[in-house]
Write a protein that binds this ligand. Structure first.
Ligand code: GLN
Length: 472
């Protein structure tokens, strides 16, 4: 195959890949091989993949080439390594599950393979989803494709880095407190944190069950919309999944955003926000205003309590979820837990213990209600909220790893969304002077995925950030 065609296959969006496969420009086996080759070449530099399932992928691609009329037929993709995949190693980024081979499939994975997609492999993440930089992975840090000395974000860092370096077409990440949005922002890719309950959590290795949201990551808003329509919906196996009807998310993208009211929460744009990030978001505001959107000032007064609240609730839930890894059923024993997992088990156990429960856990739950109410109130004044994803552009590998508190503060703008259970779309909005990606998020009320995808799509069409590629 000509070198030129090879590279064309590697930087296709999902929509483009589907079209090309249908037009028989290449077969599923050919495009799958192109991605497997690219992974062999690029992954040693980036460390985005923990497991590449070459044989299974080629078999699935051969099968796809014989089938017809499935929505994602023959398209190669990958998943954060927290989804159970029958017969394929699943580690959650932890040595505790180093050799764990699940006997069943997560619902999200099952839906994607039923739709004809071809799994290339499982991508690196902070162990158990604990982190904002992928430095807590027991299998080594993920390097940012835009500058290998920088982190790719976390915890779904492998997913965003695999997308940014064209080692996959789309990804499924997981967001408990920002893990889809932060890496998307750090790698100049797209990611959607859905409304809690929009996508089944069945078969995903739990971090904090009342916050965990499964969602698509990809190379364009249209791609995310298509994937969401495939993976969303009620699942008998997840009692928290919603009966809410699943619309055709891609159908609503082209609507005008004239008169859309976009709220800027004043607490988000204070002194903690890096100047370059602020500048890029202001420029994005101008673009959106140019498209007829109206900017309104809103307030989320509980912003300052977000980190404290999240870092009580999430460790409490994870201390309970991780209790099952006792070495009896799932491989290695508790001594294999890394430092961050141990820290969170201790924090959570402390917050839940009698005598401290009321003071910490119960109080955090009350503040969580206030956060939800703050957003509800803001959404009486605006349709969507525009916010930074991270207070700074990507940071250097090693810069924060020995200071857990400064690492937790990276999540200041993302955790509120999980506490409120609402959806948020992260998308690229520029680059720093040193060439590092900067992203923003469009937040909406519960089950407003169509609305935020529509706003994001209109912004994406008016800008060209998605076309930029790192030099590798
Ligand atoms: N950085 C946050 C944490 O460490 C979010 C992680 C996530 O969303 N999985 O908890």
């Amino acid at each position: 195959m000509l070198q030129k065609e090879y590279f064309k296959m590697n930087d296709l969006t999902l929509i483009e890949a589907i079209r090309a496969l249908r037009e028989k420009k290449f077969s599923s086996v050919e495009i799958t091989k192109a991605y497997l080759d690219r992974i062999k070449k690029i992954n040693p530099k980036i460390n985005a993949y923990l497991t590449v399932c070459e044989d299974e992928a080629l078999k699935a691609a051969e099968r796809a080439d014989k089938l017809r009329d499935l929505p994602l037929l023959g398209v190669p993709f990958s998943m954060k390594d927290i989804y159970s995949t029958e017969g394929i190693r699943t580690t959650a980024g932890s040595k505790v599950l180093d050799k764990y081979i699940p006997p069943y499939n997560a619902t999200v994975y099952q839906k994607l393979i039923d739709a004809g997609a071809v799994l290339l492999g499982k991508t690196n993440c902070d162990a158990w989803g604990h982190g904002a930089s992928t430095e807590n992975s027991d299998f080594g840090v993920v390097k940012n494709p835009w500058n290998l000395e920088y982190v790719a974000g976390g915890s779904s860092g492998g997913s965003a880095a695999a997308l940014a370096s064209d080692m996959t077409i789309f990804e499924i990440g997981e967001d408990t407190g920002g893990s889809i949005r932060l890496p998307s922002s750090f790698c100049s890719t797209f990611g959607l944190k859905v409304t809690y309950g929009r996508v089944s959590r069945y078969g995903a290795i739990a971090y904090a069950s009342s916050l965990d949201s499964m969602g698509p990551m990809g190379k364009s808003v249209e791609d995310l919309s298509l994937i969401l329509s495939v993976i969303a919906g009620k699942d008998e196996r997840d009692a928290t999944s919603s009966y809410n009807k699943v619309p055709d998310y891609a159908a609503g993208l082209k609507k005008s955003i004239k008169n859309l009211k976009i709220g800027l929460p004043r607490e988000f744009y204070g002194s903690g926000l890096d100047g370059e990030v602020k500048d890029k978001i202001e420029k994005a505001v101008n673009v959106l205003e140019g498209q007829g959107a109206e900017i309104v000032d809103v307030s989320i007064p509980s912003t300052e309590y977000g980190i404290a609240t999240y870092y009580i609730i999430a460790p409490s839930e994870t201390s309970s979820n991780l209790a099952r890894y006792d070495g009896i059923r799932f491989g290695n024993g508790r001594e294999v837990f890394g430092d961050e997992a141990k820290r969170r088990i201790m924090l959570g156990t402390y917050a839940l213990s009698s005598g401290y429960y009321d003071e910490y856990y119960l109080k955090a739950q009350k503040v969580r209600t206030l956060v939800r109410k703050d957003f509800e109130k803001a959404f009486t004044k605006c349709d969507v909220i525009l916010a930074p994803v991270s207070p700074t552009p990507p940071f250097k590998i090693g810069e924060k790893i020995n200071d857990p508190l400064s690492m937790y503060l990276v999540d200041v703008y993302t955790v509120l969304v999980n506490l409120a259970g609402i959806p948020s779309l992260a998308l690229p909005c520029g680059f720093s002077k040193t060439g590092l990606p900067i992203g923003m998020q469009i937040i909406g009320p519960q089950f407003s995925e169509s609305l935020i995808l529509n706003a994001g799509y209109q912004y994406e069409k008016a800008t060209n950030w998605r076309k930029e590629k790192p030099k590798l």
